[in-house]
Design a protein. Structure first.
Lengths: 211, 240
């Protein structure tokens, strides 16, 4: 047997080689993680900004949304981050995330409500609904999510803020009612949250650390 | 050259490139021949675009992992090769995941869900064990490329069939994965009333895969018959 083959068969070599591989991979991953941490954080911040800007019509506000944020506890005691969109210092709309339960798990969405309680925009940010059926709530797949724009509970009536199957004004999808129903309800919950905290949300004072 | 001469030549220099290419694309196709990596195959083929994304991501990992393992093959002891291969593959996939997230964030948002799934694709470990651990770096990289292409092709075909029958579209949302230039790929083939939702749901995946495997066997049987007839032999005489 050659020296190399003998070494390959030695227990110390096997243990040491396995250990060496494990250590090298750990070091490589740690290095990659450290090197990319800032990049990832700024990419995620960018994502949040883009999502926030999506739910507002272009040119709607002139402030940095990410800097104008406050935390409010909702009815269930959960902290909700509320971003305020201002034009010339005046709060025009507030943006916040809401979540509800769809057909196969949690649906996260972000919505913008203006000072009059009218929905300016809604986007689903995360869901696990059935592909081809429930995923029509995504803006890239269907324009359904735009139907909320310009509507308020006052304009439809609290009873009629529902899918058509439940006697409301919003379309369901062929073969899928649970998903749009969940989204409609979640948006309604968001509007109720807004109504409850309206004065606090629209209070024009700058956040701590602002100018 | 006699069969024995071919076999001994292979033992020294490994299989020929043409064999590697044919193996990856058809003869030993990951999905239709080896039937490996069924979990990602079922999970992502609800549309051709998803299949393409998963296929390309897996191909990239296959090429790099094959090359890496082939370069280490003379230093890895047989006894501990499996844990070493798994550690290398899992580390590599995590590294790809971290780097994409940081520096190619737009692509990461599209491929994100697939990348973690690659670790559990046993085809990657399968190629490391069956090929890369006993062949040269260049040949192993070629094997990774061809296996990856075969995997991608199978996923795109499967996703395409399911998407056309299930949603009436083909390559929907391709622009999200490939960029705006590829928006022309997005076709609407069937009206919404003709959609068979069943096909996009998990049972449709099993059905499509079964049909594809059966179809491939049909073609193989036909090829064997034609070859036997042209050689003037009795079909089946050369089995084994």
């Amino acid at each position: 047997m050659s020296a190399h083959a003998e070494r390959l068969n030695a227990v110390w070599y096997q243990g040491a080689s396995l250990g060496l591989v494990a250590v090298s991979i750990t070091v490589a991953l740690a290095a990659a993680y450290t090197a990319s941490r800032e990049q990832v954080a700024s990419a995620i911040e960018n994502d949040t900004r883009q999502t926030l800007e999506q739910v507002l019509p272009p040119g709607y506000s002139d402030n940095n949304l990410l800097k104008d944020v406050m935390e409010i506890r909702d009815a269930s005691g959960e902290a909700v981050s509320v971003y305020r969109a201002r034009k010339a210092g005046k709060v025009r709309a507030v943006l916040f995330a809401q979540h509800g339960n769809g057909y196969s798990g949690r649906i996260d969405l972000i919505m913008a409500v203006d000072a009059e309680g009218i929905v300016q925009g809604v986007r689903v940010t995360h869901h696990t609904e059935t592909p081809g059926l429930g995923d029509k709530i995504e803006e890239t797949k269907n324009d359904w999510i735009h139907r909320f724009e310009g509507k308020s509970i006052a304009s439809t009536g609290a009873e009629r803020w529902a899918v058509k199957k439940d006697g409301g004004v919003f379309d369901q999808f062929a073969g899928a009612t649970i998903t749009p129903r969940a989204v409609v309800r979640t948006v309604k919950g968001g509007l109720e949250f807004f109504a409850q905290h309206r004065d606090q949300l629209l209070d024009g004072s700058q956040p701590k650390g602002g100018q | 050259m006699s069969d024995e001469a071919v076999a001994s030549a292979e033992a020294v220099s490994g299989p020929k490139s043409s064999t590697v290419i044919r193996d990856g694309l058809w003869d030993n196709n990951v999905v239709l021949g080896q039937m490996l990596g069924m979990c990602p195959v079922m999970a992502v083929t609800s549309s051709a675009t998803n299949g393409l994304g998963m296929g390309l991501a897996t191909m990239a990992v296959l090429i790099v992992s094959n090359a890496l393992i082939a370069s280490l093959r003379n230093w890895v002891s047989d006894t501990v090769r499996i844990p070493i291969f798994i550690a290398l593959i899992a580390g590599l996939v995590t590294l790809v995941d971290i780097c994409l997230n940081a520096w190619l964030h737009e692509l990461y948002k599209v491929l994100g869900i697939y990348i973690a799934l690659i670790v559990v694709n046993c085809a990657v470990l399968g190629r490391a064990e069956a090929f890369a651990s006993r062949n040269t770096v260049a040949l192993s990289a070629l094997d990774g490329l061809m296996m990856g292409l075969g995997f991608t092709a199978a996923l795109v075909v499967m996703g395409g069939i399911r998407e056309v029958l299930g949603a009436g579209t083909l390559f929907a949302n391709a622009h999200v994965l490939l960029g705006a230039h590829f928006a022309f790929l997005e076709l609407k083939l069937l009206p919404e009333s003709a959609n068979t939702l069943f096909m996009i749901l998990p049972p449709g995946g099993f059905l499509t895969l079964g049909m594809l495997i059966a179809g491939r066997r049909r073609i193989e049987a036909w090829r064997e018959r034609v070859a036997a007839e042209s050689a003037g032999c009795v079909p089946g005489a050369h089995a084994q």
